[in-house]
Design a protein around this ligand. Sequence first.
Ligand code: SF4
Ligand code: SF4
Length: 343
Amino acid sequence: MISKSKILSLAKRAVKSPGTYHAQWFITRKCNYRCRGCAVWMDQGSEELSTEDVKRGLDILRDIGVLEIVFSGGNPLLRDDMGEILEYASKYFITTVYDNGSIAAGKIEALRNVDFVAVSLDTLDEKKNDYIKGVNGAWRRAMETIEKLRDAGIHVGVSPTISQINLHEIIDFTKYFTERGIPVWYCLYTYDYQPNKGVFSIGRKNNEYEITDGKALAAVCDKLMEIKKENKYVYITGKTLRAVKQLALTGRRIWRCAALESFLVVDHEGRVSGCHCREPLFSIFDLPKVWGSGWIKGLRKEYSRCANCIYLCYIFYSVHRGLPGLLEIIFDQWGSIKDYMGK
Ligand code: SF4
Ligand code: SF4
């Protein structure tokens, strides 16, 4: 439940410094899974920021107007201090943490403060899901985790990555969860356009996943728009779905990228970048010094012309720019937002 006082404080910050309202923090490269479309687990050995440094970084993000933070990785819950980090972050941000379904059920107390736990799960087909994740038992663990978190009163949702391999199942998948009151939000399979050169390598090329059937993807977008009218648990906006549909049918982007404008990313070492595919720019501790500089303004312009990736989260935060974009999201998701507003 998001308290009314937190909503009020977020609203004040949104009005005071409208702009970069979303940050994704890839807080660790450690992962216990071996997903076939992911490069993260292939290099797990790097340094990570300490708990205190993460908190200092969160203060800096808060002060530049970030309202929402997503912790991903790797599996963030592999960090022993994640409960403490989530408790701190949740005071200031709408906070989401990702889990592949293997850890969250054993860390329920640490997740009490978080606003959303996103469990990645790609299909209702157990064997196929385990194949995608590269680990036997992944599907069963994820399904049990979702149930356990829900029973414990934690706001849990599922997050499938849409790819050619599950494209034709996404509607049934969505109905299965949303009809049970479990929110679904989506990723779209893609891969890094300059592997190992960005701040944090994630998407790995896999021909089996690459979406070749643009018409089927457009039909999925249409169907999700229809389901959304009846069901508030589809957590993707109509505007984003329309953008993806256009892209699928014509290859045309009806948005400009808003990296460093609506969103930024931070990696496990505390390096900041516009998106994970782009090179690291500066340490998060230098952010206050450089944020208003001509250099950053120039990069925003350069990135706004970039069309090198189709990561769905970046599309979402580009389609919904600045304060008007935030209001669009609130309007689109109002049915579910009001359920989570507490005292
Ligand atoms: S996609 Fe997520 S769960 Fe899978 S290997 Fe990569 S970081 Fe781990
Ligand atoms: S389109 Fe935007 S998010 Fe994607 S690679 Fe380019 S700058 Fe990054």
